[in-house]
Design a protein around this ligand. Structure first.
Ligand SMILES: [Fe+2]
Length: 190
């Protein structure tokens, strides 16, 4: 159960997430998780182990902080160097709550408006720069977004997933303004 670094995190945050995710009706869970993260950032109990804070040169770093023994959720820390960002992607039907632990992130949400013969079309719904301590939910079917570091120093985000997201789909732009869906396998960095 224990993952590298997990013992460094304040147990209080994990205990509160356990209580919400194991105890509350599923429909309420993402908003309650979001409230726990915002409150924990405010009170200073949400901290990320030092070894998780190092950015990588090749891509944003994705490191597993905690895996719920019953498989109901995972906590993943991402560290974003200057200029690092995701492609437009989905979350494989898994809810997610994302919180900015350090820095600034540009978050753009998209609606899938149509899909025909493998051509996916999206409309951008919102685009915000989220600062330290802000959090947002991604709840299927509204699960399409991009994330980008909006700071010129590393930014750090914490992601709580309603399961383990070991794959997703990225959407690659085509010449006609639509997107093609490509399966992406996800893993963790050391
Ligand atoms: Fe995402």
């Amino acid at each position: 159960m224990s993952q590298r670094g997990a013992e460094d995190m304040d147990d209080a945050v994990r205990d509160r997430l356990d209580a919400v995710i194991h105890g509350e009706p599923p429909a309420k869970v993402p908003e309650l998780v979001k409230a726990v993260l915002i409150e924990s950032m405010r009170s200073g109990t949400l901290t990320v182990p030092e070894s998780f804070r190092t950015a990588r040169a090749d891509t944003y770093a994705r490191r597993l902080l905690h895996r719920d023994p019953s498989g109901q959720y995972t906590m993943v820390v991402m560290t974003w160097g200057p200029g690092q960002k995701t492609a437009l992607h989905d979350h494989a039907g898994i809810w997610c709550v994302e919180c900015v632990v350090d820095g600034n992130m540009e978050v753009a949400q998209y609606d899938l408006t149509s899909e025909q013969g493998g051509a996916f079309r999206f409309e951008q719904r919102t685009r915000v720069v989220a600062g330290r301590g802000s959090a947002g939910c991604l709840i299927p079917p509204f699960e399409y977004h991009t994330l980008a570091n909006a700071a010129d120093t590393p930014s750090i985000t914490l992601h709580v997933y309603g399961g383990e997201m070991d794959h997703c789909h990225v959407f690659e732009p085509a010449a006609d303004g639509s997107y093609r869906r490509v399966l992406k396998t996800l893993s963790y960095h050391e």
